[in-house]
Ligand binder design. Structure first.
Ligand code: FMN
Ligand code: SF4
Length: 432
């Protein structure tokens, strides 16, 4: 059983009471880290603490947070402009963890942003928010206003000479806007297409200025790391990685939802204990462990620890840590078709293999699921999965992410594909 000190991210979240105001936040330990840090320790020490905490980015790629910040040029905020951007675009199908944090305790994100900005000496903060998150938007505006009124944001915070403020930008509601370089292009008011790297955002980001883009969950960890120390945070993880993780499960389980648990908690514990196991009459067949753009694992992988290294070793990715379950009464081809429909629709169209390849995949899957597929279609699907799935063939990770469920599904569900083609119908569709 975890107690609140071991659930730092969600300890102050109470859906019935709504988000804490500044006074309640402070009463429960908030703002301590800001007081201990701003003007009290050199910015480089903040980067060092975060590096030692073994925090890895929670947006999907899992890059070391302290290491990422260390690439930002060191001159202070009063020199060249620098930006700190919270990526709150959350559009990965199956993922809703950032929404919990944004709606439940926006001050925690604001404090995390102040600490990150101080570490890299950024004077300007932007929350790039998914357009559909209306409640989060209202709560963020309210919390920013309160924090500004009380001197936590704005000029000369705590009389330290450090100034930082935050602006909320509601995004256009396209999946690609969450990719960090497309996000920067969108913020500049242009069509949201990714950019080549280098230059990396840390040196040449928004308007060419040094910029750090971090996920909401990543930033929310910072007040706790500073208050309790990097060793405490590293010790919360069950394996190599530090901290807790908001894990979630969707699909035909008893209690779909999200829970903050030590990073490295085994899948079995998340699904059976926290999600309450499968609903009566359904068996777990496979799952996408970290959202729609991760590879399927089958039911034999339940003892895998949900940390970056272990999930990769098992053949998939931790991604956002939000698992999507495939049960034995749902057609896997139908599920993959739905996912590829989403990915094809969300391609930004910048590079040909992704723009033209994803609709091809979608059409082939439509035909197979509808009973008009041919045996040759399997070769075509395999070729697309290999071509689009290989890193470096497309401008960004959208296409490789889109191919993860397909490539793994072609292997795991080969018999289902064959049955559809052989019998000219979906065996799991009633009346066909
Ligand atoms: C197509 C695509 C969509 C993405 N969407 C998001 C998103 O909504 N939120 C997010 O934090 N990261 C998203 N990412 C990952 C970001 O590019 C980036 O790695 C992340 O924001 C970095 O933050 P972190 O280091 O704290 O994880 C996406 C990546 C790709 C390729
Ligand atoms: S891979 Fe797809 S989403 Fe990414 S840049 Fe190319 S066309 Fe756009």
């Amino acid at each position: 059983m975890t107690h609140s000190a071991e659930r730092p991210l969600t300890a102050m979240i109470d859906p019935a009471a709504g988000p804490p105001d500044c006074a309640t936040y402070e009463h429960n330990g908030g703002w301590q880290a800001t007081r201990q840090t701003i003007g009290q320790r050199p910015p480089a020490e903040v980067i060092d603490i975060v590096t030692r905490s073994r925090l890895r980015g929670r947006g999907g790629a899992g890059f070391g947070t302290g290491q990422k910040w260390s690439f930002v040029p060191k001159e202070p905020a009063s020199g060249r402009r620098k930006y700190l951007i919270a990526n709150a675009d959350e559009m990965e199908p199956g993922t809703f963890k950032d929404r919990l944090l944004l709606e439940g305790n926006p001050l925690q994100l604001i404090e995390g942003m102040i600490l990150a900005a101080y570490g890299v000496q950024a004077g300007h903060g932007i929350i790039f928010l998914r357009g559909e998150y209306h409640l989060a938007c209202a709560r963020l505006h309210h919390a920013i206003g309160e924090a500004r009124e009380q001197g936590w944001l704005g000029e000369n915070i705590l009389g330290s000479g450090f100034s930082f403020d935050i602006h909320v930008h509601s995004s256009a509601g396209r999946y690609i806007c969450g990719e960090e370089t497309a996000l920067l292009t969108a913020l500049e008011g242009r069509r949201a297409t990714p950019r080549s790297k280098p230059p990396f955002p840390q040196t040449g980001g928004l308007w060419g200025a040094p910029s750090v883009v971090n996920n909401v969950e990543t930033l929310c960890n910072l007040p706790h790391i500073i208050t309790n120390g990097p060793e405490w945070f590293a010790g919360l993880g069950l394996g190599e990685d530090g901290g807790t993780k908001i894990y979630g499960v969707s699909g035909r389980v008893m209690k779909p939802g999200a829970w903050e648990l030590p990073i490295g908690t085994p899948l079995r514990q998340i699904i059976e204990e926290h999600a309450g196991g499968m609903r009566p009459g359904y068996r777990l067949r496979a799952l996408l462990p970290g959202g729609a753009s991760t590879a399927f694992l089958d039911a034999t992988a339940l003892d895998v620890a949900m940390d970056y290294g272990s999930v990769e070793k098992a053949g998939s990715r931790l991604g956002t840590g939000m698992a999507i379950i495939l049960d034995d009464r749902t057609c896997p081809i139908g599920m993959i078709r739905n996912l590829e429909h989403f990915f094809a629709q969300e391609s930004c169209g910048w590079c040909t293999p992704c723009r033209d390849g994803l609709p091809w995949v979608e059409r082939l899957l439509d035909a197979i699921e509808d009973g008009t597929g041919q045996a040759e279609d399997m070769d075509q699907l395999g070729r697309h999965a290999r071509m689009l799935g290989a890193p470096g063939r497309t401008f960004c990770a959208h296409a490789p992410g889109a191919m993860a469920p397909l490539a793994s599904g072609l292997k795991l569900f080969a018999a289902d594909f064959a049955a559809h083609i052989q019998h000219g119908r979906c065996p799991q569709q009633p009346g066909t």
